[in-house]
Design a protein around this ligand. Sequence first.
Ligand code: ACO
Length: 431
Amino acid sequence: MADSVELHYDGKSYSYPLVTGTENERGIDISRLRAETGLITLDPGYGNTGACKSAITYIDGEKGILHYRGIPIEQFAEHPDFIEVAWTLIFGRLPDQNERARFSARLTANAHLHEAMKHAFDAFPVSAPPMAVTSAMINTLGCFHSEFYSLADEMQFEEVAARLISKIRTIAAFTYRRFRGMPYIYADSKLRYCANLLHMMFSMPYEQHVADPAVEDALNLIFLLHADHEQNCSTSTVRMVGSSKANLFASIASGVCALWGPLHGGANVEVMDMLENIHSGGITAEKYVELAKNKESHVRLMGFGHRVYKNYDPRARILQKAAQRVFKKLKVNDPLLNIARKLEELALQDDYFVSRKLYPNVDFYSGIILRAIGIPTDMFTVMFVIGRLPGWIAHWKEQHDDATSKIARPRQIYTGPVNQQYVPAKDRPVG
Ligand code: ACO
């Protein structure tokens, strides 16, 4: 197999080496291109651009493969343990028993927020978007832990990772409660990660919320299946900001803002909006599926199809089963979820969807599970933040530990005006 490519330009030939990954993905190393030829590459949306080498996550969209540190996610899903996945992503291998226990202890010890941070929640209007609050609170958290602005060794890194992963859960729960006028509930050191989140969100001072194990498992699955997806928009944002040597808190806060965008983190919210519209519009699921098949309607079945996974989404397969377990356990009878199940049933039997390989995606199932367990739609993307946080930390660390990494500085092709002259304000037309 070739180990380089030739470029012929302006009567000269240039040779660029091919780089091969451990799963045999190949790319052209063009790092000398501009210096040698004066040319740059133009790739809006970066669909053909590798911005880094990474040893964290491998995706093969055609084959429906997702590996974290070389381990298929199906294997992690057999023992749903988000915290184990988090450690594995960040530190590159499964933790041994002592490391797992030490990380748990660090998470438990760090669940609280500084008391002064509680008042920061009061500064937001009750209509503040939860993702804006979450991003702001991560930067605020950094202000209370500025000793971690520079990280010297692995132990310090483990401590800051534990603080972020533990406290994001408290931030999410306080965000939820503050805007509903509910009293803040502190973490319970006897509870595991997901049960503790549900406790902080749903308990009352006079009544403890006890999470069903099926719900706890489903939440662990949602989090671990969202924990990383290589160079997506928010992860690339974290790396981009981190490349300037911005601290971990600031870089993660930027990732939250990127995830906030409806084209990124909002897909399961759109699934819920669709279900609401079907319900309130009195349309049947059958009629909606017909509309989605009719190109002139411009209606799409939200939560079906995927840009990367062209045969099936391995995460959706896992969550489909989890959804069935949760619905059975909670004896769910919600008109919106009944519509969702009907849409799934119809689409999976319909030649339009089957022939185009348009299967329900991870957002479809995460949306209906989150609703079934009582998470309101405005908190869905914050739940995504909790899940994606270990991936962001892992990518920030990978870049931080790479002595050869550079500040990100893409180029452009300038298309603006040329040869313009400055005109003093007094000489310009009034308009
Ligand atoms: N409902 C109805 N028809 C659809 C849908 C859908 N959800 N998705 C794709 N199609 C049809 C298209 O009209 C097209 O039909 P044609 O071949 O007859 O013209 C065919 O399937 C292929 O569609 P594309 O748009 O080319 O597929 P693409 O890979 O570009 O889009 C996408 C993938 C954007 C996810 C799309 O399936 C979609 O809009 N889904 C609904 C929104 C959604 O759930 N988005 C979140 C997915 S998560 C993610 O992608 C990161």
